[in-house]
Design a protein around this ligand. Structure first.
Ligand SMILES: Nc1ncnc2c1ncn2[C@@H]1O[C@H](COP(=O)(O)OP(=O)(O)O)[C@@H](O)[C@H]1O
Ligand SMILES: [Mg+2]
Length: 242
Protein backbone atom coordinates (compact mmCIF):
# COMPACT_ATOMS: atom_id res chain seq x y z
CA UNK A 1 0.00 0.00 0.00
CA UNK A 2 1.39 3.37 -0.97
CA UNK A 3 2.06 5.74 1.94
CA UNK A 4 -0.02 8.92 2.04
CA UNK A 5 2.10 11.79 0.76
CA UNK A 6 3.18 14.54 3.13
CA UNK A 7 3.31 16.95 0.17
CA UNK A 8 1.57 16.86 -3.17
CA UNK A 9 2.47 19.41 -5.82
CA UNK A 10 0.69 19.57 -9.14
CA UNK A 11 1.47 21.66 -12.17
CA UNK A 12 3.76 24.09 -10.34
CA UNK A 13 4.86 26.92 -12.55
CA UNK A 14 6.78 29.96 -11.37
CA UNK A 15 7.42 32.93 -13.61
CA UNK A 16 9.54 35.85 -12.43
CA UNK A 17 9.38 39.26 -14.08
CA UNK A 18 7.47 40.14 -17.21
CA UNK A 19 7.91 40.86 -20.90
CA UNK A 20 11.40 40.25 -22.25
CA UNK A 21 12.77 40.07 -18.70
CA UNK A 22 10.55 37.09 -17.95
CA UNK A 23 12.18 34.02 -16.37
CA UNK A 24 10.35 30.73 -16.08
CA UNK A 25 11.87 29.23 -12.92
CA UNK A 26 9.52 26.22 -12.74
CA UNK A 27 7.55 24.58 -15.55
CA UNK A 28 4.61 22.36 -14.71
CA UNK A 29 6.33 20.43 -11.91
CA UNK A 30 4.54 17.53 -10.21
CA UNK A 31 5.97 16.06 -7.02
CA UNK A 32 5.00 13.95 -4.04
CA UNK A 33 6.97 13.63 -0.83
CA UNK A 34 6.32 10.79 1.57
CA UNK A 35 6.73 11.24 5.33
CA UNK A 36 10.12 10.14 6.59
CA UNK A 37 11.99 10.06 3.29
CA UNK A 38 15.34 11.71 2.56
CA UNK A 39 15.27 13.32 -0.87
CA UNK A 40 18.13 14.96 -2.71
CA UNK A 41 17.49 17.53 -5.46
CA UNK A 42 20.33 17.88 -7.96
CA UNK A 43 20.71 20.26 -10.85
CA UNK A 44 22.78 23.10 -12.22
CA UNK A 45 22.60 26.64 -10.95
CA UNK A 46 19.41 28.37 -12.13
CA UNK A 47 17.48 25.12 -12.71
CA UNK A 48 14.74 26.03 -10.20
CA UNK A 49 15.83 24.06 -7.12
CA UNK A 50 15.56 26.90 -4.61
CA UNK A 51 12.30 28.09 -6.12
CA UNK A 52 10.78 24.64 -5.63
CA UNK A 53 12.08 24.36 -2.06
CA UNK A 54 10.84 27.84 -1.16
CA UNK A 55 7.36 27.01 -2.45
CA UNK A 56 7.25 23.80 -0.37
CA UNK A 57 8.39 25.82 2.65
CA UNK A 58 5.74 28.51 2.22
CA UNK A 59 8.36 31.19 1.54
CA UNK A 60 7.18 31.76 -2.01
CA UNK A 61 4.03 31.06 -4.03
CA UNK A 62 3.84 29.55 -7.51
CA UNK A 63 2.39 31.52 -10.40
CA UNK A 64 0.10 28.56 -11.06
CA UNK A 65 -0.37 25.06 -9.76
CA UNK A 66 -1.28 23.62 -6.41
CA UNK A 67 0.60 22.40 -3.33
CA UNK A 68 -0.92 20.53 -0.42
CA UNK A 69 0.71 19.72 2.90
CA UNK A 70 -1.33 16.87 4.42
CA UNK A 71 -4.90 18.21 4.12
CA UNK A 72 -3.89 21.85 3.85
CA UNK A 73 -3.77 23.65 0.54
CA UNK A 74 -0.72 25.93 0.79
CA UNK A 75 -1.39 27.67 -2.48
CA UNK A 76 -3.99 30.30 -1.69
CA UNK A 77 -3.18 30.41 2.04
CA UNK A 78 -2.92 33.86 3.62
CA UNK A 79 0.43 35.26 4.81
CA UNK A 80 -0.63 34.60 8.41
CA UNK A 81 -1.51 31.01 7.61
CA UNK A 82 1.83 30.53 5.86
CA UNK A 83 3.70 32.01 8.82
CA UNK A 84 1.89 29.61 11.12
CA UNK A 85 2.62 26.73 8.72
CA UNK A 86 6.35 27.53 8.67
CA UNK A 87 6.51 27.93 12.41
CA UNK A 88 4.76 24.66 13.20
CA UNK A 89 5.88 22.36 10.45
CA UNK A 90 9.03 23.48 8.62
CA UNK A 91 12.71 23.63 9.51
CA UNK A 92 15.08 25.46 7.16
CA UNK A 93 18.82 25.02 6.72
CA UNK A 94 20.58 27.40 4.33
CA UNK A 95 24.11 27.65 3.00
CA UNK A 96 24.93 30.29 5.60
CA UNK A 97 24.22 29.46 9.18
CA UNK A 98 22.67 32.64 10.56
CA UNK A 99 23.64 31.87 14.15
CA UNK A 100 23.50 34.63 16.72
CA UNK A 101 27.15 35.46 17.48
CA UNK A 102 26.60 36.52 21.10
CA UNK A 103 24.89 33.26 22.04
CA UNK A 104 26.51 29.87 22.64
CA UNK A 105 25.62 26.82 20.55
CA UNK A 106 23.20 25.70 23.26
CA UNK A 107 21.63 29.15 23.56
CA UNK A 108 21.19 29.41 19.79
CA UNK A 109 19.16 26.18 19.85
CA UNK A 110 17.34 27.15 23.06
CA UNK A 111 16.12 30.35 21.47
CA UNK A 112 14.05 28.28 19.06
CA UNK A 113 12.94 25.59 21.50
CA UNK A 114 11.75 28.26 23.98
CA UNK A 115 9.63 29.85 21.25
CA UNK A 116 8.32 26.46 20.26
CA UNK A 117 7.31 25.61 23.80
CA UNK A 118 5.35 28.86 24.04
CA UNK A 119 3.37 27.98 20.90
CA UNK A 120 0.13 26.27 21.99
CA UNK A 121 -0.33 24.65 18.57
CA UNK A 122 3.04 23.00 18.57
CA UNK A 123 3.70 19.42 19.52
CA UNK A 124 6.76 20.34 21.62
CA UNK A 125 10.48 20.63 21.16
CA UNK A 126 13.48 18.37 21.54
CA UNK A 127 15.80 18.96 24.44
CA UNK A 128 18.34 21.48 23.01
CA UNK A 129 21.40 19.66 24.40
CA UNK A 130 20.04 16.39 23.00
CA UNK A 131 19.61 17.97 19.56
CA UNK A 132 23.25 19.12 19.67
CA UNK A 133 24.38 15.63 20.71
CA UNK A 134 22.46 14.21 17.77
CA UNK A 135 24.60 16.28 15.38
CA UNK A 136 27.81 15.35 17.19
CA UNK A 137 28.28 18.56 19.16
CA UNK A 138 27.56 17.32 22.67
CA UNK A 139 31.04 18.48 23.72
CA UNK A 140 30.65 22.02 22.31
CA UNK A 141 27.45 23.24 23.96
CA UNK A 142 29.07 26.33 25.46
CA UNK A 143 31.10 27.35 22.41
CA UNK A 144 30.24 30.59 20.63
CA UNK A 145 29.84 30.52 16.83
CA UNK A 146 33.23 32.22 16.30
CA UNK A 147 34.87 29.37 18.21
CA UNK A 148 33.36 26.76 15.88
CA UNK A 149 34.40 25.70 12.37
CA UNK A 150 32.05 26.27 9.43
CA UNK A 151 30.91 22.66 9.52
CA UNK A 152 30.29 22.81 13.26
CA UNK A 153 28.30 26.03 12.85
CA UNK A 154 26.20 24.35 10.19
CA UNK A 155 25.57 21.44 12.55
CA UNK A 156 24.36 23.91 15.20
CA UNK A 157 22.03 25.32 12.54
CA UNK A 158 20.76 21.78 11.85
CA UNK A 159 20.27 21.12 15.58
CA UNK A 160 18.35 24.39 15.80
CA UNK A 161 16.15 23.41 12.85
CA UNK A 162 15.39 19.85 14.03
CA UNK A 163 14.95 20.80 17.71
CA UNK A 164 11.55 22.29 17.03
CA UNK A 165 10.50 18.90 15.60
CA UNK A 166 9.46 20.06 12.16
CA UNK A 167 7.59 17.69 9.88
CA UNK A 168 9.95 18.60 7.10
CA UNK A 169 13.50 19.88 7.01
CA UNK A 170 14.29 21.88 3.87
CA UNK A 171 18.01 22.33 3.21
CA UNK A 172 19.26 24.64 0.44
CA UNK A 173 22.89 23.79 -0.35
CA UNK A 174 23.79 23.11 3.30
CA UNK A 175 27.30 22.01 2.33
CA UNK A 176 27.81 24.72 -0.30
CA UNK A 177 30.31 26.69 1.78
CA UNK A 178 32.15 23.66 3.16
CA UNK A 179 35.04 21.45 2.10
CA UNK A 180 34.49 17.79 1.38
CA UNK A 181 35.31 16.22 4.77
CA UNK A 182 33.39 18.88 6.68
CA UNK A 183 30.44 18.55 4.32
CA UNK A 184 30.34 14.83 5.05
CA UNK A 185 29.92 15.46 8.77
CA UNK A 186 27.06 17.83 8.02
CA UNK A 187 25.37 15.21 5.84
CA UNK A 188 25.85 12.57 8.51
CA UNK A 189 24.13 14.92 10.95
CA UNK A 190 21.20 15.38 8.56
CA UNK A 191 20.90 11.66 7.91
CA UNK A 192 21.02 10.87 11.63
CA UNK A 193 18.28 13.41 12.36
CA UNK A 194 16.22 11.90 9.57
CA UNK A 195 16.67 8.33 10.83
CA UNK A 196 16.34 8.98 14.56
CA UNK A 197 13.59 11.60 14.55
CA UNK A 198 11.87 10.56 11.31
CA UNK A 199 12.05 14.12 9.96
CA UNK A 200 11.26 14.20 6.25
CA UNK A 201 14.31 15.86 4.68
CA UNK A 202 14.91 17.54 1.33
CA UNK A 203 18.48 18.55 0.48
CA UNK A 204 19.44 20.68 -2.51
CA UNK A 205 22.97 20.28 -3.74
CA UNK A 206 25.20 20.66 -6.78
CA UNK A 207 27.09 17.64 -5.62
CA UNK A 208 26.17 14.37 -7.33
CA UNK A 209 28.14 12.42 -4.71
CA UNK A 210 25.50 13.25 -2.12
CA UNK A 211 22.86 11.42 -4.12
CA UNK A 212 24.11 8.00 -2.98
CA UNK A 213 22.91 8.64 0.57
CA UNK A 214 19.35 9.62 -0.44
CA UNK A 215 16.19 7.50 -0.54
CA UNK A 216 15.24 9.34 -3.69
CA UNK A 217 16.97 11.68 -6.13
CA UNK A 218 15.29 14.32 -8.27
CA UNK A 219 17.29 15.93 -11.03
CA UNK A 220 16.22 19.36 -12.28
CA UNK A 221 17.04 21.17 -15.48
CA UNK A 222 15.54 24.43 -16.81
CA UNK A 223 12.67 24.42 -14.32
CA UNK A 224 11.67 20.80 -14.81
CA UNK A 225 12.23 17.55 -12.94
CA UNK A 226 13.95 15.59 -15.70
CA UNK A 227 14.85 12.49 -13.74
CA UNK A 228 13.46 10.76 -10.73
CA UNK A 229 15.35 7.85 -9.15
CA UNK A 230 14.48 5.78 -6.10
CA UNK A 231 17.49 4.42 -4.25
CA UNK A 232 16.67 1.11 -2.54
CA UNK A 233 19.93 0.96 -0.59
CA UNK A 234 21.23 4.40 0.34
CA UNK A 235 24.82 4.41 1.60
CA UNK A 236 25.91 5.78 4.92
CA UNK A 237 27.21 9.33 4.40
CA UNK A 238 30.51 8.45 6.10
CA UNK A 239 31.19 6.11 3.13
CA UNK A 240 30.67 8.82 0.51
CA UNK A 241 33.39 9.99 -1.82
CA UNK A 242 33.14 12.62 -4.49
N1 LIG B 1 13.40 36.70 -7.17
C1 LIG B 1 13.72 36.41 -8.43
N2 LIG B 1 13.51 37.31 -9.42
C2 LIG B 1 13.81 37.03 -10.70
N3 LIG B 1 14.33 35.86 -11.11
C3 LIG B 1 14.56 34.92 -10.18
C4 LIG B 1 14.28 35.15 -8.80
N4 LIG B 1 14.62 34.03 -8.10
C5 LIG B 1 15.09 33.16 -9.01
N5 LIG B 1 15.05 33.69 -10.24
C6 LIG B 1 15.46 33.02 -11.48
O1 LIG B 1 14.75 31.79 -11.57
C7 LIG B 1 15.60 30.76 -12.05
C8 LIG B 1 15.66 29.62 -11.03
O2 LIG B 1 16.31 30.10 -9.86
P1 LIG B 1 16.58 29.20 -8.59
O3 LIG B 1 15.32 28.51 -8.20
O4 LIG B 1 17.21 30.07 -7.58
O5 LIG B 1 17.62 28.12 -9.16
P2 LIG B 1 18.66 27.18 -8.42
O6 LIG B 1 18.33 27.17 -6.97
O7 LIG B 1 18.51 25.84 -9.08
O8 LIG B 1 20.01 27.76 -8.68
C9 LIG B 1 16.94 31.39 -12.33
O9 LIG B 1 17.00 31.74 -13.69
C10 LIG B 1 16.93 32.62 -11.46
O10 LIG B 1 17.72 33.65 -12.01
MG1 LIG C 1 19.49 27.80 -5.37
Amino acid sequence: MAATPLFQAQGLTKVYGSGTAQVVALRDVDLELVAGEFVVILGPSGSGKSTLLNILGGLDAPTSGRVTFRDHVLTGATEDQLTQYRREHVGFVFQFYNLIPGLTALENVQLVTDLTRDDPHHRGAEDPAEALRLVGLGQRLDAFPAQLSGGEQQRVAIARAVAKRPDVLLCDEPTGALDFETGKLVLEALRRANRELGTTTVVITHNVGIAAMADRVLRMRSGEIVEHTANPSPVDPSALSW
